[in-house]
Design a binder for this molecule. Structure first.
Ligand code: FES
Length: 121
């Protein structure tokens, strides 16, 4: 994990239409990240349940991104590359065109850092 950033994974998410008897997809995502040596934090429910699997990128002085629709069987490499790109920025803003498609299409929210500059149109 990069200094000053962290990846938070909801461990209780299920993908849309998932078998309720099957292991939680969010827990599987967390386990897959661990197997790939990606440090992260585990949290039950991020209140984005309809958009599972949900994760958060956050860090000191950076924008926070809430991401949904991460399928551990399809998007693990996209998630890892996006997290590394996020951690490499000073402000958390990864150029839109360089974000993996699943990230571009499934950002639930972006939240400014604590001491951001107001922007008005
Ligand atoms: S169960 Fe994952 S956001 Fe609610």
């Amino acid at each position: 994990m990069a200094v000053g950033t962290e990846l938070v994974v909801c461990t209780t998410c299920r993908l849309p239409g998932a078998d309720p008897q099957a292991p939680r997809d969010g827990a599987r995502l967390s386990d897959a990240l661990t197997a790939h040596g990606v440090a992260h934090r585990r949290q039950e429910c991020l209140s984005a349940c309809a958009n599972g699997c949900a994760v958060v990128f956050r860090g000191t002085g950076r924008w926070t991104y809430v991401q949904g629709r991460i399928d551990p069987d399809l998007h693990l490499n996209d998630l890892i590359s996006m997290y590394h790109a996020f951690a490499a920025t000073p402000d958390g803003i990864v150029p839109w065109r360089t974000r993996p498609e699943v990230i571009r299409k499934n950002t639930i929210a972006r939240i400014p850092p604590f001491d951001f500059q107001d922007q008005e149109s």
